[in-house]
Design a protein around this ligand. Structure first.
Ligand code: FA5
Ligand code: MG
Length: 430
């Protein structure tokens, strides 16, 4: 897991490519907070909100994404049919869906700590300019996350947002100083039970006036950092009670200092959010150069998996009643697996081409097998000394959440995968 997370930072994450898990410094364990700031959240939290039905967060959805908005005939368009089908599902806006429930829980927390102050935006358009997605949050021109290998491009200057941070600058410029922005985000990424090319994030931003840190004996940055850490630890307590979590040093182009929070789940550390003190330049551009701010971006699926004990990220997308009927607005209940159908594994080995990437392989496999694809894992790799060619062997795990798979069905899928590997990724099958 630690290794896998390090690899991920170089693939899809907005963190710096060179950040390796082993090189990161763990600063906090179990809510005790030594290095990344120093105080705990003030006291236990009292929910000031009534039952879920009295809350007013969700409004009618206005945003509608048309097929022609994203599946364009442009040489750099890499949006797939499968991705298009997911746009517009807006799982985070369904009050009885685990993602909607957790979104409400988080909103409720900020409402309890800052009554009436945080605004929730959860219907922002997922198709954004590359400028908003990258430049507005200072992502360098050569950053790996800008590549077509990592991001879904509609055309050269338009992308499916790969993080909710794409909205930071715009919302700040509108004059907002305390807000939460939740939405679906899109990334070409590896395939396993905690990664999916479409997932949901919630962004939080809080801007401070100089009068708030003056007299604290701290710089604005120190003050914002301390507040941020306290708020997020308070949030973890609000969501999980006594969960084991730790701070890990991180890098994001838009924050300094930066950190990630991990939660211990199913025997492994799971990264649930990234955060930090906003880079001054972003505030300056929004006409707020004399202020400080913190920002965080958390993965709603990751938190929901821990909270509801949902073992596979694909389950969030199922419309199977045995899943959807288990959850009710305002209630955190443990997921009861309704079946566990056996997986079916198929291996494929090939000599890679110069342009081969694992993300392209995952996209191709998912394009053929859809949500039956549970995992794509490199199980063997070697180089032929004479030819200099590199061989990869991948094990593809297929499993349905809802039914038993027929061997013939998977054989047919695998055969198509093999054909496409040769024709589309130009690899040499072995
Ligand atoms: C970001 O996206 C930053 N924008 C977060 C941020 C915001 C940092 C504001 C600082 C200030 P990152 O790429 O690490 O960072 O993703 C944030 C979270 O999204 C992760 O911690 C994880 O919970 C979730 N996540 C990332 N990739 C996936 C994926 N493929 N599937 C599911 N969840 C994911
Ligand atoms: Mg990260």
């Amino acid at each position: 897991m630690k290794m896998a997370m390090a690899a991920r930072a170089s693939l899809g994450s907005l963190a710096r490519a060179s950040t390796s898990a082993s090189a990161r410094r763990v600063t906090t364990r179990r809510g005790a907070v030594p290095a990344w700031g120093s105080t705990a959240h003030p006291g236990p939290l009292r929910s000031v909100l009534g039952p879920a039905s009295t809350r007013v967060y969700s409004t009618a959805s206005a945003v509608k994404v048309e097929r022609a908005d994203v599946l364009k005939d442009h040489p750099h368009n890499n949006v797939t049919e499968l991705i298009f089908e997911k746009i517009g599902r807006k799982l985070h806006r369904e009050v009885d869906h685990p993602l909607g429930i957790i979104k409400s829980k988080i909103t409720e927390y900020f409402e309890s700590v800052h009554p009436g102050e945080f605004e929730l935006l959860d219907d922002l358009h997922p198709v954004v300019t590359a400028h908003a997605n990258f430049d507005s949050v200072l992502v360098p021109p050569d950053h790996v996350s800008r590549s077509m290998n990592d991001t879904y491009y509609v055309d050269d200057s338009t992308v499916l947002r790969c993080h909710t941070s794409a909205h930071q600058a715009e919302l700040l410029a509108q004059g907002k100083v305390k807000f939460l922005a939740a939405g679906d985000v899109y990334r070409r990424d590896s395939i396993d039970c905690t990664h999916y090319p479409v997932f949901h994030q919630m962004e939080g931003v809080r801007v401070f006036e100089s009068s708030e840190w003056e007299g604290s004996g701290m710089t604005g940055t120190q003050y914002a950092e301390k507040e941020l850490r306290g708020e997020l630890e308070g949030l973890m307590k609000h969501l999980f009670g006594d969960v084991e979590c730790r701070w890990v040093d991180a890098y994001f182009p838009f924050t300094e200092p930066s950190a990630e929070l991990e939660i211990f789940y199913q025997g492994e550390w799971l990264e649930v959010l990234g955060c930090g003190v906003m880079e001054k330049q972003i505030l300056e551009t929004a006409g707020k150069g004399d202020k400080e701010a913190w920002a965080f971006g958390l993965g709603l699926e990751r938190l929901a998996m821990v909270l509801f004990k949902i073992p596979d990220i694909r389950l969030f997308w199922t419309e199977d009643k045995r899943f959807t009927s288990q959850f009710k607005a305002g209630q955190i209940t443990e997921f009861k697996p309704y079946s566990k159908y056996p997986p079916c594994y198929k291996d494929v080995a090939f000599w890679i081409s110069d342009s081969f990437t694992e993300n392209n392989l995952c996209e191709l496999v998912r394009g053929v097998g859809g949500d039956l694809v549970e995992e794509v894992k490199l199980i063997d790799e070697f180089q032929n000394k004479k030819t200099g060619k590199t061989s990869h062997c991948y094990r593809i795990g297929y499993r349905s959440m809802d039914r038993s798979l027929e061997n013939a069905e998977i054989d047919a899928i695998q055969e198509t995968v093999r054909e496409k590997l040769a024709s589309e990724l130009q690899v040499e099958l072995r």
